[in-house]
Design a binder for this molecule. Structure first.
Ligand SMILES: Nc1nc2c(c(=O)[nH]1)N[C@H]1C(S)=C(S)[C@@H](COP(=O)(O)OP(=O)(O)OC[C@H]3O[C@@H](n4cnc5c(=O)[nH]c(N)nc54)[C@H](O)[C@@H]3O)O[C@H]1N2
Ligand SMILES: Nc1nc2c(c(=O)[nH]1)N[C@H]1C(S)=C(S)[C@@H](COP(=O)(O)OP(=O)(O)OC[C@H]3O[C@@H](n4cnc5c(=O)[nH]c(N)nc54)[C@H](O)[C@@H]3O)O[C@H]1N2
Ligand code: SF4
Ligand SMILES: [Mo]
Length: 739
């Protein structure tokens, strides 16, 4: 294959001042909407939906224009920054990379290689180069102290996929285009645009279920945008879904609505399930969930009798105290009714670039974290343990950190404590293009190019999409002279920290590029050139289709597509149901307490912590509020226009209240990703609407013990009215005061 010049696949002509169109997929969320960027060679004129994208059909959300705002943002870092006594100083790339490597080397030499930790944030998954070249990063910074946003997110999905199907990424997705009965538990696709379910234009796809005569049901402590559109919505007390799911499964058995169908032939360990769930009745679940026994019974029967049902659960059931048990139960309900690998049920994709064979299948508990002895999954420890690894003194203490595309101060539990950990580090380097709440603690910031200055191919989101499609785009604009992509930074660090001597090794490293790897993946994939030299895909062929190519609906693929050696599904109920003892203890606790429970929310104009610097996205009224039910507000004397001070074991924040019956009484909701008022943050627009961070309330000690995933929903809190800012300041308890 010829050496590829960086812009071979760029669709844009170099002619300046001439209006032209560039097509790519938006990389901001998981929906991968096709976009049409009109520009004149150097300036973006507009960003619109790409009507010719076979998957997104022209749909975009208000965030798409933020791609322009990020690109043009004067606050976006374009040159490496070094922290000096006189503040941040721009330095050249060679010096920056040398200093980064030196800092890592020095820390590892003094305290051992595990003394440098790594944290990888969410945008890594939206960055083709980072996904394909990640091994160069981990080869550069060899350490067992690896952390990422996975354990404040989808970790339970990986564990279920690994246990049952033999590969952590073999995750089935709801076939939303063919279902007639969809139950959405703890997901709000109308705001999030779908997750572990890539589903552009989700509003119309949900409405289509109704148009086909079907229905969809939402289970959520808030009457969300999705719930508003649904046929049914049921409030549930945060963190209690496992009771509901046990009761639904139990009722399916009781009412003889179990039929594992085609799966029976390759399904292990199903026989014991009935015994595990017996006794977990709708009445029992009603006592703790807030959903009536009658409704729970009906939910089960309707699901069992529906034509093509599917059950789907997302953040609300993943990042809570029984995250893994919930995701297992949801999978089990789909399996028990024969809905896995069936049209309209939970289905596997057939991505054109399939990385499953190239990636680790997963392992669990091979190592334990130093302080709390929490198990790793696939080489990563739960991020809830990151701060203590820095703060608790002793052998093996973390003294250095490399972050890539992450903002753990705002996104992981007990962010304030993490900041203390970061302050004490000997060395920290961040690969990021913003000076934010996390990167402000770094000694050095290495900024990669803007998302529009690089190739884009959705390695992960095609894998999780409700339809098989494929789409590639080169950069819209050439990167400025000397600028580096993340993966180039990875390799530059690797060259400095792990130089190779032999010519073959040197060449292998030099020629390892995302484009070459992607080309190989496409050629060797199920739609590839190796199978069909005349028409099969290669990167070059794909690049001729700027709107992407439709590869058809999802098709049944089991048992062949399983990654288990014996091509059978291993339910391993003893592993998951071991957690029922903990569930019983939790049940007693719930009955004794009437604490206010805090849960999160997303808004279509935010994207975790990092899009608030786009004026267009934040200009309407402040969204960082405490949503509270009228009854709860009244009890506490909180008025419509007031401020409310919320405290948990670990901290306290004060925010404006929004009194609404859209949240269940006994619960409050605060969005995450806010709190931009920390000193030294260089996000001018975001700072003007700073808000506060919910993760100054979430507790690093509160985890789903079965998986190690953080608990970000269902946090016990106290809320009081605040009349004045002075009073708010007085309300700040120390962490000890509440513990
Ligand atoms: N606009 C926007 N889109 C995004 C993002 C964003 O920040 N903004 N983030 C992206 C990312 S990284 C992700 S992971 C996805 C997440 O995608 P989703 O999971 O669809 O997003 P959330 O809005 O967090 O939905 C979680 C829902 O669970 C509910 N919930 C909370 N606690 C519980 C509970 O205990 N039980 C039940 N049943 N429900 C509960 C919440 O009220 C909320 O409606 O969104 C992605 N898309
Ligand atoms: N309470 C609560 N907390 C949550 C959640 C919740 O629902 N409730 N959701 C959780 C979830 S699902 C997630 S995924 C996490 C997200 O947690 P994180 O990934 O830690 O945080 P982000 O806000 O996504 O920060 C992304 C960072 O990446 C940078 N960035 C963007 N693109 C690139 C790039 O291409 N290269 C590089 N090098 N940097 C880039 C941005 O500048 C920003 O600093 O938050 C979690 N935290
Ligand atoms: S839904 Fe997601 S992918 Fe689509 S335009 Fe909005 S942010 Fe981009
Ligand atoms: Mo996420």
């Amino acid at each position: 294959m010829p050496h590829l010049t960086p812009h071979l696949y760029s669709q844009s002509k170099s002619a300046q001042n001439k209006e032209q169109a560039h097509f790519r997929a938006c990389n901001l969320c998981e929906a991968m909407c096709g976009i049409k960027i009109t520009h004149n060679g150097s300036q973006i004129l507009s960003i619109k939906g790409d009507a010719e994208d076979p998957f997104s059909r022209g749909h975009i959300c208000p965030k798409a224009v933020a791609l322009q705002d990020i690109h043009e943002d004067p606050d976006r870092i374009r040159q490496p920054l070094l922290k000096t006594e006189d503040g941040w100083k721009e330095i050249g790339w060679e010096e920056a990379l040398d200093r980064a490597a030196e800092g890592i080397r020095r820390t590892q030499k003094a305290h051992g290689k595990d003394a440098v930790a790594t944290y990888l944030g969410n945008p890594n998954v939206h960055n083709t180069g980072n996904l394909l070249m990640g091994r160069h990063f981990f080869n550069a910074v060899r350490t067992r102290n690896r952390f990422s946003a996975t354990s404040v997110d989808q970790l339970p999905h990986h564990i279920v996929a690994w246990k049952l199907f033999g590969h952590q990424l073999k995750i089935p997705v709801p076939d939303i285009d063919h279902t007639t009965h969809m139950v959405i538990i703890g997901g709000n696709p109308l705001a999030s645009n779908g997750s572990i379910m890539t589903v552009p234009d989700v509003r119309n796809r949900l409405k289509d279920i109704q148009k086909r005569g079907g229905q969809f049901i939402v289970i959520d402590p808030r009457r969300t945008e999705t719930a508003e559109l649904a046929d049914e919505h049921h409030f549930i007390k945060p963190g209690t879904d496992a009771f509901l799911l046990m009761a639904i499964l139990n009722t399916l058995f009781e009412k003889h609505l179990i039929d594992t169908g085609r799966l029976t032939a390759f399904l292990d360990d199903f026989d014991s399930i009935k015994d595990y769930v017996s006794g977990w009745t709708p009445e029992r679940a009603a006592a703790v969930t807030g959903i009536s026994a009658q409704t729970i019974h009906q939910l089960a029967v309707d699901f069992g009798k529906a034509d093509r049902p599917v059950m789907y659960g997302r953040m609300g059931v993943s990042v809570q105290v029984f995250g893994l048990l919930c995701q297992f139960l949801i999978m089990l309900i789909n399996i028990a009714t024969g809905r896995l690998d069936e049209p309209g049920g939970l289905m596997f994709t057939r991505p054109a670039a399939d990385i499953l064979k190239q990636t680790g299948r997963g392992h669990f508990g091979k190592g334990l974290s130093r302080v709390r002895k929490l198990p790793e999954f696939n080489g990563e420890f739960p991020v809830a343990a990151m701060a203590e690894e820095m703060l608790v003194e002793g052998d093996g203490q973390v003294r250095g950190l490399v972050t890539v595309a992450g903002n753990p101060v705002l996104s992981t539990p007990n962010g304030t404590q993490l900041e203390k950990g970061l302050e004490g580090l000997d060395f920290m380097v961040s690969i990021d293009f913003y000076l934010n709440e996390t990167t402000r603690h770094a000694d050095l910031i290495l900024p990669p190019v803007s998302p529009l200055e690089r190739d884009h191919y959705d390695i992960i989101f095609h894998l999780l999409a409700v339809r098989n499609t494929t789409r590639f785009a080169g950069p819209l604009f050439p990167p400025p002279a000397g600028a580096m992509e993340d993966w180039q930074i990875f390799k530059a660090l690797e060259d400095r920290l792990r130089p190779v001597k032999g010519l073959t090794e040197k060449l292998a490293r030099k020629f390892s590029t995302p484009r070459r790897l992607l080309d190989i993946l496409l050629r060797s994939g199920p739609h590839g050139w190796f199978r069909n030299p005349l028409k099969g895909l290669s990167l070059k062929r794909l690049a001729r289709h700027p709107h992407g190519i439709d590869l058809g609906e999802l098709k049944p693929s089991l048992p062949k597509a399983l990654y288990t050696k014996d091509k059978r599904i291993h339910l391993q109920p003893e592993f998951f149901f071991n957690d029922l003892k903990r569930l019983e203890r939790f049940e007693s606790q719930l009955k004794e307490s009437d604490t206010l429970l805090l849960f999160g929310r997303r808004h279509v104009r935010s994207n975790n912590s990092w899009l608030h610097n786009s004026h267009r996205l934040i200009k309407s009224k402040s969204r960082c509020t405490v949503m509270m039910h009228p009854t709860d507000a009244k009890q506490r004397g909180i008025s419509e226009v007031g401020q409310v001070s919320v405290s948990s074991r670990v901290g306290n924040i004060t925010l404006p209240v929004e009194i609404t019956d859209a949240v269940m009484s006994g619960t409050i909701s605060i969005p995450h990703g806010w709190g931009h008022n920390r000193e030294g943050v260089r996000l001018q627009t975001a700072a003007s609407v700073a808000g506060q961070s919910i993760n100054d309330l979430t507790d690093d000690q509160d985890i789903d013990l079965l998986s190690g995933n953080a608990v970000l929903n269902g946090i016990a809190v106290r809320a009081v009215a605040v009349e004045s800012q002075d009073e708010a300041a007085q309300e700040q308890p120390s962490a000890q005061a509440l513990s």
